[in-house]
Ligand binder design. Structure first.
Ligand code: AHM
Ligand code: MG
Length: 336
């Protein structure tokens, strides 16, 4: 497909042979519209009165920002009445959101992180929306358990990055395509047709402030990275940490790298299995990374193979360039 095609033209061409293409095409159009509205709000920032705390916590005990709540509402508003969704679930809602009775229910489930990296909002850093689409193949309205599908069952996954440019990055299970928002036309335009993650890299992303809590394989891997050319890996590394998974994964889809949010001792003490959530962070990003030729793992198993048991389940995350992710997985194997 040509550089410069609109998202709509791209979807029409790429979905021609897919079953239920019209419904999914429509749903992706609704998601794109919500992302354009959010991009506008993020960009206007203080002028739109959307910065700061919402004064409440989400189900995970995290302080919600005004924009977390607004982003969640924008998505519900633009999708609940379209007849394309059977239900929605997000980071900001304890349980799934059922489609109100007066609306027709569709066949898809939308699971999303409305505004990821929200600690970056007030400092004008990069943020994003992450989304995952699965099917609901029952006639009955979905219950929370219907959302607990593996990453391999995703029909489509993507994110919208709100940064110096806003970009929608998407996989329909056949590669990864990136679209830049043309603000003059209010339209996403294909600018990155075949995004792929180089197999090798010398760039890692991890919050090094937590190093005292890391487990042995991660401690060893990062020590080997910073040992540089004369160390066991024999390469000089660079480090980046955006504070927003969307920003970090976008960089990796553009030029390679390894992103890590591992399980650490502090989390184990608190009874947590990681920080990032499987259904609306790790799975959609994992599908994008695998579709772009990279690898997405917990250290013990591929992320996309995990059978979820909870809407807000957390997992350790290692993803990006194959050679480095495999190296960290090998370090885990050597420590068991
Ligand atoms: P959020 O969904 O509450 O914004 O949390 C997820 C974010 C990721 O975007 C990012 O990689 C990570 O949390 C940053 O965590 P930390 O502040 O511990 O570095
Ligand atoms: Mg998040």
């Amino acid at each position: 497909m040509q550089h410069g095609a609109t998202l709509d033209e791209f979807l029409a061409e790429h979905m021609a042979s897919m079953p239920q293409a019209t419904e999914l095409h429509g749903l992706l159009g609704d998601i794109a519209k919500a992302c354009i509205d959010l991009s506008d709000l993020v960009r206007r920032g203080e002028l739109a009165g959307v910065l700061g705390a919402a004064g409440q916590e989400n189900v995970q005990g995290e302080e919600q920002k005004k924009l977390d709540v607004i982003a969640n509402d924008v998505f519900i508003e633009l999708t609940e009445g379209t007849g394309r969704l059977a239900g929605l679930a997000s980071e900001e809602m304890d349980n799934h959101y059922p489609i109100p009775e007066q609306h027709k229910r569709g066949r898809y489930l939308l699971t999303f992180d409305p505004l990821d990296g929200s600690s970056n909002i007030d400092v004008n850093g990069s943020t994003g929306t992450i989304f995952s689409i699965t099917e609901h193949d029952k006639d009955d309205a979905p219950v929370d358990a219907d959302f607990l599908q593996t990453g391999r069952q995703q029909v489509c996954a993507g994110y919208c990055l709100y940064s110096s440019a806003s970009m929608l990055v998407l996989t329909l299970g056949n590669g990864v395509a990136g679209f830049t928002l043309d603000n003059k036309r209010n339209e996403f335009v294909l600018t990155h047709p075949n995004m792929s993650v180089p197999a090798t890299t010398n760039e890692f992303a991890i919050n090094a402030a937590y190093s005292e809590h890391w487990q042995a394989p991660v401690k060893q891997y990062i020590a080997h990275c910073v040992a540089g050319k004369s160390g066991p890996i024999g390469k000089a590394f660079n480090m980046r940490w955006a504070g927003s998974m969307v920003g970090d994964i976008h960089r990796i889809l553009c030029r390679g790298g390894i992103f890590m949010y591992p399980l650490d001792e502090r989390m184990i003490k608190d009874g947590k299995a990681g920080k990032l959530r499987l259904l609306y962070e790790a799975n959609p990003m994992g599908m994008l990374i695998e579709q772009a030729g990279g690898m997405a793992h917990t250290g013990l198993e591929p992320i996309l193979d995990i059978s979820p048991d909870n809407l807000h389940q957390r997992v350790p995350v290692l993803m990006g360039s194959k050679e480095e992710v495999q190296r960290v997985v090998d370090y885990h194997a050597a420590h068991t």
